[in-house]
Ligand binder design. Sequence first.
Ligand SMILES: CO[C@H](O)c1c[n+]2c([nH]1)[C@H](O)[C@@H](O)[C@H](O)[C@H]2CO
Length: 451
Amino acid sequence: MTAPNFPEGFLWGAATAAHQIEGSPLADGAGPSIWTRFAHTPGMMLNGDTGDVACDHYHRWKEDVALMKQLGLKAYRFSVSWSRILPEGTGRVNQAGIDFYSNLVDELLANGIEPLLTLYHWDLPAALDDRGGWLNPEIADWFADYARVLYRALDGRVKKWVTLNEPWVVTDGGYLHGVLAPGHRSKYEAPIASHNLMRAHGAAVKAYREIGKHEIGLVVNIEPKYPATESTEDAAAVRRAHAYMNEQYLHPALLGHYPPELKDIFGDAWPEWPAADYDLIRQKLDFVGINYYTRSVTKAAESYPLNTGVVRQPLGTYTETGWEVFPQGLTDLLLWFKNTYGDLPLYITENGAAFFDPPAAMVDDDGNRRIKDPLRMDYLRKHLSAIHDAIRQGVDVRGYMLWSLLDNLEWSLGYSKRFGMIHVNYVTQQRTPKDSALWYSKVIASNGASL
Ligand SMILES: CO[C@H](O)c1c[n+]2c([nH]1)[C@H](O)[C@@H](O)[C@H](O)[C@H]2CO
């Protein structure tokens, strides 16, 4: 592997999300979100974990920015909790919520760190869920109104905006399989939620063009699908899985239509949408964020509703979340994106892995607190190299946000999975940069040459 030089100005950063790190979800006038509710619903969260404390970032944000500075991060991707800004989701603005994020942005800028702000990372205000949430078509206007409040307060200091984080996970987890908030299980609701998410994305981008002066994009999780065998059944299964996860959101956002497979997959549960919706959804974007973690070797199998299955690789390496380590998939995916959607600027807005880390730091012979995480370093090194392979082949990748800055609440898996490059002792809230953070700091300082 040759020591790659990334493009001049490559944006090296790390990512988090509000509900996963902040804690204090109801502080200073904030309203509950669907995750506050979901976490306090018995049986929904591993070990009964909640986001009530998390990494206490709501109080420790200055310390955390200082750690970002110490590591030499150039950027920090975070999300805003909608119900801190609008406790009922619409109407009354909670100034204390705006102040929290405004202070965070100022601290980042004062430390030479560019903020990338995600408007929605899954924590819908509970009050809007009571009004139908992503199933209510009015949510496109609710979301655009929320976005306008933040555009007016922060645009200029924030120059890279993201509307949605991973509409696929919101829909597949929250409305089809029910494993994420709001915990619905309906193949009739899923397409409606998906479509309204994309309408809301379009409405927020349209609103940005009236108010904002910088850049806005969409973040999707996409995953390359490889056939388990040469059979026609497995090839068809790959087409279904690829359309359902990888094209379902990018196609309407960038091409103005859904992939045809979705109508076959959902059958009578797939509505016919008005042409005006596609015009709303397909707004010009300044960039797309890609969240990459793994691939799927896919076969035809009985499953709901895709009739596909994933084949575990006997010689594969797997993370704590059961995801195969497959860096080549990121190169393949970036080339697919370029060949399918053209030369839109791309950011890797999430990439990382959960491997076992101890609950507390060890102390080495020199008396330093250490967390050795060689598997994570190897994962990151290989994926950064895969990104560089794609850049060498002409893909316009402009930055990388490591998931995650801190160990944090892994949604319904609670605190059982550690993705952070900085270890969090959840008893003491002590932060300890892992070896991977110290390594990443050198990668940033050398613009990738030290990989
Ligand atoms: C299904 O994998 C997705 O691409 C994905 C992985 N992840 C995500 N999306 C979310 O954006 C984060 O909030 C998660 O903490 C993170 C780690 O699980």
